[in-house]
Design a protein around this ligand. Structure first.
Ligand code: GCV
Length: 725
């Protein structure tokens, strides 16, 4: 049974009735909840830690003592202690009123010896077990919260043997989810733009929902996977949403208060034109003193109301959103305007690099949307204020199932850069298809723009760049896939993407399979104590979910657009195949298939020159037809259908083979899944079963349209004689 959730008004709701507990069901707390715990430290986040433990204890028979309680000789199994580095190894004034077990002091000393002072930072924690006590130490409250969830993840393993003291801290300081939620239902994009999980948890029909228990439960899930910031409205800021900054600030403050106990800070997406549309000024020119004064005063008021407000997210001069170009100013001028307003209170502006011409002429083959972000931003390196974070989509176009890494990430040594992923599955099956995205994100994060000896994208995103002196940190941002759906994410298995995003933002080196394994263990824990999770039903759940999910992104890639060609989707909705849907539109997303071949020539020699935006060795690798990785072939080159890939297959045969194989994989997934009937929650089972039916229908549609399209274009039959229409 899921533990009740305390609303910020103190009321209790039975979470299991209203929404699925995701990766925090009551049974996941069994190991922690059955221990005798001591919590040392005070403050709202520490209260959260203690409340969580108390609830788990009530369910599983454990006890929780605060250091503020009367001293007790009772031994403890688990200690959470907020401690300055000088925590004494023996009872002393810092440990008052009750002494901490000596183990805690020894762990603090070990950590300092191994890692030096300040090893834990503002969010890190130390974990160790000695003398029969599991110890979690942190310098700051958030560290203890993350330490708590780390112990929950470990389960019994946190208590079964001694553990040398280890320091854990997040790679990136900023681990943020952007909600594309509208306050007022938008006539085209609805309540949540690209949302596939029902309505918004924050807004409904033009108003705040005030569903604080649910928002708090969301914060809890986010903290448990490591996310520490949320932007609560769509980057496309419409009239109602523009008021969140002013008249409706109280609604934002309410969300911020509900999330604060879980150390999640709130950000707002703002329109660059707010001084005009809300402030009544005749201009939003970033160099106009009235505009500057307006942003300064408005931002001050935001901080008066929400002292730990994170800052602004801005989509400017993009897809119809207003920006500095209207005034002949640069993107840096625009970003710096907001950065200056935020600087006195320590806020940051996440300025998106998604700037391109969405009204291009499809006849003009020299204009290349992939080039746009680099062309706009790289020349501005060094011009942004320290509190501007340039938020760059991980690929140069737009979250397709396969793209190269954006060259902007390696182009701006003197700018803080954050990398943006799309957790919501706009182009990856819209939460109707199983598509575990962590392997994809992990490939991006492990990509080394300067070759194997240089830093990876994960390192760059965490550090914010590579200049000297190093910038003050970038971060990872994910577009949220959450809505008011009972399962949070529509498809219950899409919860794994949200979980994995947080875990990768915490540690970009984590292995996607390991993350999935963690998620399975937490989300589908044994109903009873003492069950060996590797065998029997529990083992089956684990194995089957791995079989269904581990390779699901690649399966999706196989039955949709081939070899790095993108956007063969139905325009607008972006679901289902429509090979030529975007081919003659102004959106800049073409594949150029004709009777002889397919692909976009982005080489310097004969194409758009996009390859030249990469540093060595990738500029040369992508430029060369012989060296370009097959999975990106059609992204970088226009080739004949007879072009031979590394495995000896031709492009056209590869298209046929992968599309047949992709559908077979979905059939196999479905066979595997039905074996879980009775082993997982009935409602989860029913929802996933229904979605797998749709996935199979859709995969067949993709296979048949793609194969038929390329057969008709090329006239080349399938070497294996399978049915093509
Ligand atoms: C929020 C794509 C999506 C848009 C989205 C945009 C963006 O174009 O289709 O819905 O707008 O990306 O990232 O701003």
């Amino acid at each position: 049974m899921t533990p009740p959730v305390t609303g910020s008004d103190g009321s209790m709701v039975e979470a299991d009735e209203a929404w699925h507990p995701a990766w925090l069901p009551g049974a996941a707390w069994r190991a922690v909840g059955s221990r005798r715990v001591l919590v040392r430290g005070a403050g709202p986040v520490l209260d959260t830690v203690a409340d969580e433990l108390t609830r788990a204890g009530a369910e599983h028979g454990g006890t929780v003592r605060r250091s503020t309680d009367r001293p007790s000789p009772e031994p403890v199994d688990l200690v959470f202690a907020l401690t300055p580095a000088e925590l004494p190894a023996v009872p002393g004034p810092l440990a008052a009123p009750g002494p901490l077990p000596a183990a805690a002091g020894a762990v603090a000393a070990d950590i300092e010896r191994r890692y030096g002072p300040d090893a834990l930072g503002t969010e890190g924690f130390a974990l160790a077990r000695r003398d029969g006590v599991t110890v979690v130490l942190a310098d700051r409250p958030a560290g203890l919260l993350y330490g708590l969830f780390a112990v929950v993840r470990l389960g019994e393993a946190a208590f079964d043997r001694d553990r040398a003291a280890e320091a854990h801290r997040p790679a990136a300081d900023r681990r943020m989810l952007d909600h594309w939620d509208n306050v007022a239902v938008h006539p085209v994009t609805g309540q949540v733009e690209r949302g596939y999980a029902g309505g918004s948890i924050f807004w409904r029909d033009g108003r705040a929902r005030h569903d604080l228990p649910r928002i708090r439960a969301y914060g809890r899930l986010l903290a448990a996977c490591g996310v520490n910031a949320v932007s609560v409205n769509n980057v496309n800021v419409h009239a109602t949403e523009a008021l969140l900054l002013t008249d409706r600030l109280g609604d934002v403050a309410e969300i911020a208060e509900a999330l604060a106990p879980y150390a999640v800070r709130v950000h707002l997406s703002v329109s660059f034109a707010t001084p005009v549309v809300v402030g009544g000024l005749p201009t939003a020119d970033p160099l106009d003193e009235r505009v500057r004064a307006w942003w300064t005063a408005t931002t001050r008021r935001v901080y008066e109301r929400i002292p730990d407000f994170g800052g602004y997210v801005v989509k400017a001069d993009s897809e119809g959103q207003p920006g500095p170009f209207a005034y002949g100013r640069s993107q840096a001028d625009g970003a710096n305007l907001l950065a200056d307003a935020l600087a006195p209170t320590g806020g940051v502006v996440h300025w998106r690099a998604f700037v391109y011409n969405h009204r291009q002429d499809w006849r003009d083959r020299s204009t290349d949307r992939a080039r746009a972000a680099f062309d706009h931003f790289a020349p501005l390196d060094g011009q942004f204020r320290d509190n501007v974070i340039l938020q760059v989509k991980h690929g140069p176009i737009d979250f397709q199932p396969r793209e190269p890494v954006s060259p902007v990430i390696a182009a701006m040594p003197r700018t803080r850069v954050a990398v943006e992923f799309q957790v919501t599955q706009e182009y990856t099956g819209q939460q109707r298809h199983v598509c575990y995205l962590a392997p994809w994100w992990s490939e991006v994060l492990r990509f080394a723009p300067w070759g194997p000896d240089g830093p990876t994208v994960g390192t760059l995103a965490a550090a914010g760049g590579y200049g000297a002196p190093p910038p003050a940190g970038g971060g990872l941002v994910g577009v949220s896939n959450v809505g008011d759906d009972r399962f949070w994410t529509g498809h219950p298995l899409a919860q794994a993407n949200l979980y994995a995003f947080g875990r990768l933002a915490w540690d970009p080196e984590l292995d996607p399979r390991t993350i999935l394994d963690e998620w399975i263990g937490l989300t589908f824990p044994p109903a009873r104590a003492g069950v060996d999770e590797a065998v029997g039903d529990q083992g089956s759940v684990r194995r089957i979910l791995h079989t269904v999910m581990d390779d699901s992104w690649r399966a999706y890639e196989r039955y949709t657009a081939p070899l790095g060609a993108g956007f063969m989707v139905r325009p607008g909705v972006h679901y289902g195949p429509d090979v030529d849907g975007y081919e003659y539109t102004p959106w800049g997303t073409y594949h150029f298939a004709d009777r002889d071949g397919v692909g976009v020539d982005r080489t310097g020699a004969t194409g758009t020159g996009f390859t030249g935006q990469y540093p060595a060795p990738w500029a040369q690798v992508y430029e060369s037809l012989a060296d370009c990785p097959d999975e990106l072939l059609l992204f970088f080159h226009h080739v004949p259908y007879s072009h031979v890939l590394r495995d000896g297959s031709t492009v056209i045969q590869h298209i046929y083979d992968t599309h047949f194989a992709g559908v077979d994989e979905v059939i196999a997934m479905r066979h595997q899944w039905v074996r879980l009937a009775g082993l997982v929650d009935d409602r989860v089972y029913a929802r996933v079963t229904e979605r797998l039916d749709e996935q199979l229908r859709s995969a067949r549609e993709w296979r048949d349209q793609i194969n038929t399209y390329f057969f008709r274009k090329s006239g080349v039959p399938d070497a294996r004689g399978r049915r093509i229409y």
